[in-house]
Design a protein around this ligand. Structure first.
Ligand code: ZN
Length: 271
């Protein structure tokens, strides 16, 4: 599932391709549920004839600011992605001025598009973006100490911190030797500081490597060029069940924490 680094990669590639400043000439939507509560026709009518001013990202949302003053908000959910190449998994096709075409590829059909006058209608429900200046060590400390929740679900809660998902939560907890089911308020000041640094570090490295893709299946994350991110080679915990911990050599185990598969080292990460 695309998390902050994967969504950031797509947003950057949209900008690098030069979609900013182009006019939306035509839009075909083949999967009506994607744009609910609007109909494909209403969504398309609102976008056609407007220009794309800017493309940015907050948490796992891509925000496309339009010259009409409205904002086209895109959530990739399980497996959505913009692509410059056509595929049989395309749910929408966008024609931009200059003859540029964009395809919205989504094998799982969970991706969602919203059209809003004010992006805060969506972003206002999120905590600070995990790579923004608003996500500080002090903020994380407050969230951890004021709550008595298992640490991993807390990190995944988008209303507290926006952008972290299963991959990068497992990575940050492995890096700091913290068990995913530890109570958030039980972390020592040193562990809290280390966790803050680890979250920022794993996300930054993820962005540098254009995200993480595991496996070669069609449902795996692909960037705009159809390539899987190179971050999988850097992953220390996520998806490495049975492989030796890079710190102590113990085979990693997989457990379920609040319905999410979670990989950890049973020696380094004690409860
Ligand atoms: Zn270990």
């Amino acid at each position: 599932m695309p998390e902050l680094p994967e969504v950031e990669t797509i947003a950057r590639q949209l900008r690098e391709r030069g979609v900013e400043g182009r006019e939306i000439l035509a839009l075909r939507i083949d999967w009506p549920r994607m744009v609910e509560p609007l109909t494909p026709a209403a969504f398309s009518n609102a976008l056609c004839g407007t220009k794309i001013n800017t493309v940015s990202r907050t948490g796992k949302w891509i925000q496309i600011q339009l010259s009409s003053g409205q904002h086209w908000m895109v959530h990739l959910r399980m497996a959505g992605s913009f692509s410059k190449r056509r595929s049989k998994f395309d749910r929408a096709e966008v024609l931009l001025s200059g003859g540029m075409k964009l395809y919205f590829r989504d094998t799982r059909k969970f991706g969602r598009w919203k059209l809003v006058d004010d992006p805060q209608e969506i972003l206002g429900q999120l905590g600070p973006d995990a790579l923004s200046k608003h996500f500080t060590g002090t903020y994380l400390e407050q969230q951890l100490t004021h709550r008595k929740r298992a640490i991993k679900p807390l990190l995944l809660d988008q209303s507290l911190i926006a952008g972290i998902g299963n991959i990068y939560a497992d990575e940050a907890l492995w890096a700091t030797s913290i068990h995913p089911q530890r109570c958030s308020s039980s972390l020592t000041p040193e562990e809290r500081k280390a966790l803050y640094r680890a979250i920022r570090h794993v996300l930054r490295i993820g962005v540098q490597n254009r995200g993480t893709s595991l496996g070669k299946g069609q449902t795996n994350y692909r960037d705009m060029n159809g390539e899987s991110g190179s971050h999988r080679k850097r992953v220390k915990a996520y998806g490495r069940k049975g492989l030796p911990c890079e710190r102590c050599g113990t085979p990693l185990i997989k457990i379920v924490v609040v319905q999410r598969g979670t990989t950890l080292c049973p020696t380094c990460q004690v409860r």
